[in-house]
Structure formats: C-alpha cells, structure tokens
Design a protein around this ligand. Structure first.
Ligand code: BG6
Length: 305
C-alpha cells in the first residue's frame, strides 16, 4: 500500500489528467478496475467502463471536444434549461458549455472510501457573461461517484445565492451505448403522458407495453417512476436508471434524416445510441434565496439473457 491507501500495483482511485486540448479530466476507478472519466468541460461524464473495460456510454466519433461546444456523448448536464421552454437561446442551457472547477474543500480523495467508492466534487458558478443571459447567481455542486459495484452516480446540488427567487429545468442527457436501436426496449415509461417535441410539444399518452424504436423519437415522459430499464438483448445487458428529484424522462434518438444534419454526429451512429434522460422539466424548480435543490441519478448495468 502507498500513503493514499492504494495497493502500489493498483492505479489510483482518483487521477487527474488532461485531454488533447489541455482540459482537465478526472478518472475514477474502483478496486475491481471499473472506471469513469469526467471532464471539467461541462462537468461532463465522458466514459463509464466495466471492470472488463467495456464502454457503456456512447460518444460520437465526430464529437467536438473544444469549448464552447458541448461534447456529443457521455452525460451532458442541461442547466438552467432543458429544451426550448425557458428564456435562453441555447435550448439545453449553458452548464454543458462551461468550464467547471474541482471543489477545493474538501480536497479530492486519493483513495476509496470505506465502501470502495471513489468520487470527485465539481463546482460551477456563473460568470459575468452568464449573468447577462441568465441573471441569477447560483452554485451548482456536482458529485460524480463510482461505486464498488461499478455503478455511477451523479448528485447535483443547486443553491440560490441570489436575493430573489429563480426557476430552472435540468436534465442528465445520458447517451447509452447500445448494440442496435431496433433491438432495444425501454421499460418504465408505458402508460405515461408525454410531450412530443416532433408534434409541437403536444401531449399524448403512451400506449402498449415497453418502448421499442423504428423512427426518430424526441419525447418528454411526465411524472415517471424512479427506475427505468433499457434492455439490450444482443449485448445481453440491461441498464438500470435510478433517479430522485427528477420526475420526467427525455427519450431521444435522431434516426437517419436528423443524423445527417448534425455536424458532430456520424450518419449511421443513431443505431448505436439511445438517450434516456432523467429530468425535471414540466414543472420548473423554483428556489428562494438561500434554498438548495438536490437531484440524483444512479446508473447500473446488469447481465440479462
Ligand atoms: C434532445 C432534444 O433532448 O436533445 C432534441 O429533445 C435535440 O430536440 C437533442 O435535438 C440534441 O440537442 P443538442 O442541443 O445536444 O444538439
């Protein structure tokens, strides 16, 4: 063992590196060798790997990693707006375009905690320019953890440090890596009402059983239960999405035609990704001065037949 409580032949639980553009990234590892990589650009999780090194999140081969562009893949954080419902021009807000910092207090952990979990705490505060487009002072604290079982969790704490209330919407825009969009099935959203972005946000009710996909989908399911599953038969694995404080779920796949209009997305890549996003969007969250909101997402993967 070295001084940080890590066996000397083992990689550290928390490692800080830099990407090609000099942007800091934090790699979290658990004792079994699973890992996750978080960029300070957007506070965005860019990779989540099992202990066998299998990547579980999709990132486009055409993704742009230079700020101020948002990276097409991983888990972009959409804040203070998700979708075109707020006052901002950027439909998914600006948090995913900004550079976050590592919270100095407490300092980053160099070893696992007693449960074998590694984590990092990040912070975003608005810049002068941000305040011009969204005039509300906030502190957004994000804790990204990798558990001993290889699950990742993202806990957001947003505090109003203004002298007047503000409202926001938020989503963890999660790009799951899948074998084939035509073969996967999502359970946990059946019978719910949804707003269809492809039909001027008209409200419909989901019919039938699990969701399957055969064309573009861009929907916000309202008031879902706190666990959703994505079954991927070909890969013999199921993603479980557990959430707290995030009543809604965005489901998005651009399919063939829209893929061709996106510069940072390959023409055929829609087949290998599905976004299922824990969100709070239909009823924006309002914080009075000094109040704090917490939202939590935990992702796990289990073998399935
Ligand atoms: C989805 C939206 O959540 O995100 C879609 O509902 C949008 O309408 C997609 O196309 C991607 O958005 P962006 O801003 O990352 O290109």
């Amino acid at each position: 063992m070295n001084h940080s409580g890590v066996a000397s032949d083992q990689k550290p639980a928390v490692e800080i590196t830099k990407d090609r553009n000099g942007i800091e990234q934090i790699v979290l590892r658990n004792p079994r060798g699973a890992s996750t990589r978080v960029s300070l650009h957007g506070g965005q999780v860019l990779s989540w790997r099992t202990d066998r090194g299998e990547e579980l999140l999709f990132t486009s081969s055409k993704a742009i990693f230079k700020p101020p562009y948002a990276v097409r893949g991983g888990i972009p954080i959409c804040f203070p707006q998700f979708g075109q419902r707020g006052s901002l021009e950027q439909q998914h807000g600006f948090a995913r375009n900004r550079t976050w910092v590592i919270e100095e207090n407490p300092p980053p952990l160099q070893s696992y905690d007693s449960t074998g979990k590694a984590y990092i705490d990040l912070l975003l505060k608005p810049s002068e320019d941000d305040l011009k487009i969204w005039p509300h002072s906030f502190e957004f604290r994000l804790r990204v953890s990798l558990t001993a079982d290889g699950n990742i969790s993202l806990i957001s704490r947003i505090r109003n440090i203004n002298c007047k209330p503000f409202s926001f919407s938020i989503a963890y825009h999660t790009y799951f890596s899948i074998s084939d969009i035509s073969e996967v099935r999502v359970e946990g959203l059946e019978t719910l009402d949804y707003l269809d972005n492809l039909c001027q946000k008209e409200r419909f009710t989901e019919q039938g059983d699990a969701l399957t996909f055969e064309s573009e989908v861009d929907k916000i399911y309202l008031g879902s239960r706190d666990i959703i599953a994505i079954f991927d038969h070909e890969r013999k694995r199921t993603f479980l999405i557990q959430k707290e404080g995030l009543p809604d779920v965005g489901v998005w796949n651009p399919w063939e035609k829209k893929s061709k209009t996106m510069v940072d997305f390959g023409d055929e890549e829609y087949k290998q990704m599905l976004c299922v996003n824990g969100a709070a969007v239909e009823k924006p969250i309002t914080l009075k001065p000094g109040e704090e909101w917490t939202g939590r997402l935990e992702l796990s993967v289990v073998p399935s037949s």
